[in-house]
Design a protein around this ligand. Sequence first.
Ligand code: 5GP
Length: 191
Amino acid sequence: MKLLEDKILECGKVLPGHVLKVDGFLNHQIDVKLLKAMAEEFYSEFSNADVNKILTIEASGIAIATLVADKFNCPLVFAKKNKTSNVADDVYAVPVHSYTHNRDFNVIVSKKYLNKEDVVLIIDDFLANGCALKGLVDLVNQAGASVAGCGIAIEKGFQDGGKTLRDSGYKICSLAIVENMTDHSLTFRKQ
Ligand code: 5GP
């Protein structure tokens, strides 16, 4: 998506550890107009899939996922990162390694908000090694619901999460795929 790629080139900053900082429009200050345009793209990609629920993970996925849920006219559920390993009976839970915090969280969703009739579109801001996305897919499977696909704002194509999930048969729609990044240059995969 050209608009998003241009914004990344304008505002993105490469940090050590292959982290792309996009605080200026996605992860701290939010460019609502841009996120609305991104939600439109996800809607046109998945509008034939009978999606009736959007799922993301707190915190950075929530803004974009809210706008996507508005397009699909359905609820958004965000999985919570639990700092303790105590898990109650009334939640689905999965351990997920956080790329940016370099620690494990127990990620939970209340059983009230995911059920077997749900057709779920998973939304997140970044896809790197795929731990967050695989955890969310796992929660959907625990509920007996089905995954319509995954919509990602920025995929880092030099890390293998996207390939692994696509090879497993999931439809992954990434609006920008960073092929390479250094302190001085950033290139995108042609899509
Ligand atoms: P994965 O689980 O695919 O390794 O990483 C995805 C998760 O880590 C996303 O939910 C996102 O919050 C965070 N993340 C991974 N890489 C980056 C990055 O380069 N920049 C930012 N801002 N977040 C990232």
